[in-house]
Design a protein around this ligand. Structure first.
Ligand SMILES: [Zn+2]
Length: 97
């Protein structure tokens, strides 16, 4: 339901929706990519045990998810394949339905 709403909104705005594996995004340090559950001291607080990076836990996770989304784009992006990305997403949608 949530994903459908996001997808609709993105489509409406002419954007794309990239699904990102949320695994470890809340435990991974955005600065050094060190993954440890000790990084997540409380629900709200993130402090990396390796590099000492401190941030709001949700903010750190959001930056990780954004970075993961950009990684997906650079792998699947239309530039190297020479065709627009929107075409790619509509093809994927047709396969699903
Ligand atoms: Zn770190």
């Amino acid at each position: 339901m949530m994903v459908d709403m996001l997808e609709y909104k993105q489509k409406w705005q002419g954007g794309i929706l990239i699904r990102v594996d949320p695994k470890y995004t809340s435990q991974a340090c955005f600065e050094c990519q060190h993954i440890a559950k000790e990084n997540r001291q409380t629900q709200a607080k993130f402090e990396c045990v390796k590099c000492g990076y401190k941030a709001n836990a949700d903010f750190n996770a959001a930056r990780n998810i954004l970075a993961a989304g950009h990684a997906v784009l650079s792998v699947e992006g239309g530039c190297s394949k020479g065709r627009p990305l929107m075409q790619k997403t509509s093809e994927v949608r047709e396969e699903v339905t």
